[in-house]
Structure formats: structure tokens, C-alpha cells
Design a protein around this ligand. Structure first.
Ligand SMILES: Nc1nc2c(c(=O)[nH]1)N[C@@H](CN(C=O)c1ccc(C(=O)N[C@@H](CCC(=O)O)C(=O)O)cc1)CN2
Length: 293
């Protein structure tokens, strides 16, 4: 492997140390931030992610609240839980773990979250503010994975300014919001948003200084389509069952051969995933700081 590693586990640990100090300062002023999670059903992956969020909270001193609901929950029952969290003063912010079961209207659920308690930054008001407040300091929660990608690169001493960034994947949590963020004057990147319907994805990828691969398609970014020295962030999550062991494991969007060509690469696991978790905590701390100011 010739590429240098963008170590998300190390960067997330540094962020958590910084947040621990900020949470202690808030506590001295009588504010204990609280994050709630809403988990529907029993998907093992979602259970694992939610458990990780609670472990992270305990590590930095954020209180945590759990709401677990059966797969059969109705839209109305789920919305009632969100209404309770919207009204709960102990809950600074909360997330609804995605994906939700098919019978639930996810857009309506995201809209039901109080925008000031939207720890994921996915409420339409906050996604709108991301565009409208294009050149101001952070005054509303921003989506965690795009923030994680940006911080991971910057914490390795790399500037985004002038870079041609090709994003692969048009999902709501990464692909769509990362463009408006990276094109802010403070980052000054140029962003091309591609997806599985892009006419010539390989040609787009070959021109990229930075690739953010978030399509959820195993190996969609291959070595022959990566410019030598490019920065490659693997955000994709697909699950593959190993035929020999029968165990499921996470595979990314970036083919392992890319490490021979790229200048920097984020591993998967150990890259953007831990940053997503750390930036969720940062969103909660910033919400609590705004409220106690
Ligand atoms: N409400 C939300 N739902 C989902 C989000 C989200 O940001 N908000 N993103 C993903 C899941 N997710 C957080 O919720 C998440 C995914 C992965 C990781 C992570 O640390 N992954 C590890 C590897 C884990 C493994 O082996 O299974 C890593 O990359 O090192 C953290 C959070 C979808 N849902």
C-alpha cells in the first residue's frame, strides 16, 4: 500500500477529547447536554450503531436517552415519541436511526423533529439553512458524515481550497449535502456530484483531486480510474456474507487496489465511520452551547 492513511479512529479520539473539555465547561454552568436515539426494529447493524452512540456519549459526559420501538410501530406512534422528545428539556438533541421500516414515511419523520433538536442536521429547515447560510459560522446543525469527511481531511493538514472533488452517490446523508458545504468560501472546493446514472463515471473520477465514494456499491471506485496521488474517502457501506465463515462484514465502495495509486486513503472500517459518530457528538455540544449562551 503506497497511500497514506486518513485515520478516522485517531481523529475521532482527538475530537472526543476536545468535546470532553467543552462538556465539562457546560456542566460547570449547570447544563448537561443530552442526546436521545430512536431505534425502530431489530436490525443488528442499526442496533450496533445506536449502542456505539451511547458509548460515545458516556465517554465525553453527554447524558443519553434511548427509545426503542418494535418494527410494527405505526407512523402515528413513532411521531408521538418524537413529540415527547421535542418537549423534553433533558433532550438537547436526538436522532432517528435510519433506515426506517418501509411502511414508515421517513420524510415525514425527519420533518417532525424540532429543527433545534435535529442532531443529524437532516431536517428540511437545517438542510435549507446549510444552503442559505452559505458564508456564515455554524449556527444550525450540519449533517454529520459530510462534516466528518471535511474534518478528517483538514486534521491531516490538507486544505480543500482549489481541489476538484468528485462525490459518488446522491443520498441525503452524504452525497447531496456535501456539495453546499464544500463550496462555502471557507473550503473553496469545486464539487461534481455523480451517481450510478452518471454517463461516464470513470472519466469524472479520473479528473478528481479528491473522491468521496458514498454510493453503497462495492468496489465502484477502481484503481484504473483514480488519478495518481488523489485523496480517496470511502464512505460506502455494503454488507457481504463471507461464504466460508457465514459471517457478515462491511465492504466499502473503494476497491483495495486503489491504495496503490492514491496519495491518501481513508480505510473502511476505521475512516469516515468513527468521524460520523464524533461529529454527532459535536453537533449536540454546539446545540447545548448555543442554548446556554
Ligand atoms: N440517523 C442516522 N442514521 C444513519 C446514519 C446517520 O448518520 N444518521 N448513518 C449510517 C449509520 N451510522 C450512523 O448512524 C454509522 C455507520 C458506520 C459507523 C462506523 O463507525 N462504522 C465502522 C465500521 C462498523 C462495522 O464494521 O459494521 C467504521 O467505519 O469504522 C458509524 C455510524 C446509516 N444510518
Amino acid at each position: 500500500m503506497s497511500a497514506q492513511k486518513l485515520d478516522g479512529t485517531a481523529a475521532a479520539a482527538a475530537i472526543k477529547r476536545e468535546l470532553t473539555e467543552r462538556v465539562a465547561k457546560l456542566s460547570e454552568r449547570g447544563t448537561v447536554p443530552g442526546l436521545a436515539t430512536v431505534l425502530v426494529g431489530e436490525d443488528p447493524g442499526s442496533q450496533w450503531y445506536v449502542a456505539g452512540k451511547h458509548r460515545d456519549c458516556a465517554e465525553v459526559g453527554i447524558a443519553s436517552i434511548k427509545r426503542e420501538l418494535p418494527e410494527s410501530v405505526t407512523q402515528e406512534e413513532l411521531e408521538a415519541v418524537l413529540d415527547e422528545l421535542n418537549a423534553d428539556p433533558a433532550c438537547t438533541g436526538y436522532i432517528v436511526q435510519l433506515p426506517l421500516p418501509k411502511h414508515i414515511n421517513t420524510d415525514r419523520i425527519l420533518e417532525r423533529i424540532d429543527p433545534d433538536k435535529d442532531a443529524d442536521g437532516l431536517h428540511p429547515t437545517n438542510l435549507g439553512r446549510l444552503v442559505l447560510n452559505a458564508n456564515t459560522e455554524i449556527t444550525s446543525p450540519l449533517p454529520c458524515t459530510p462534516r466528518g469527511v471535511i474534518e478528517l481531511v483538514e486534521r491531516n493538514g490538507i486544505s480543500w481550497a482549489g481541489k476538484r472533488v468528485v462525490v459518488v452517490g446522491r443520498g441525503v446523508t452524504v452525497g447531496r449535502p456535501i456539495g453546499p458545504l464544500l463550496t462555502r468560501r471557507e473550503y473553496n472546493a469545486t464539487v461534481v456530484l455523480t451517481h450510478t446514472g452518471t454517463a461516464d463515471l470513470a472519466a469524472e473520477l479520473r479528473q478528481a483531486d479528491v473522491i468521496v465514494a458514498a454510493a453503497g456499491v462495492e468496489g465502484i471506485v477502481r484503481a484504473e480510474n483514480v488519478k495518481p496521488g488523489a485523496i480517496v474517502l470511502d464512505v460506502g457501506v455494503s454488507r457481504r456474507v463471507d461464504p466460508e465463515t457465514g459471517k457478515s462484514r462491511v465492504v466499502g465502495d473503494v476497491d483495495p487496489g486503489v491504495a496503490e495509486v492514491a496519495g491518501w486513503i481513508s480505510p473502511n472500517p476505521g475512516g469516515v465511520g468513527p468521524m460520523t459518530r464524533a461529529l454527532l457528538l459535536k453537533n449536540v455540544v454546539e446545540m447545548a452551547e448555543r442554548r446556554s449562551a
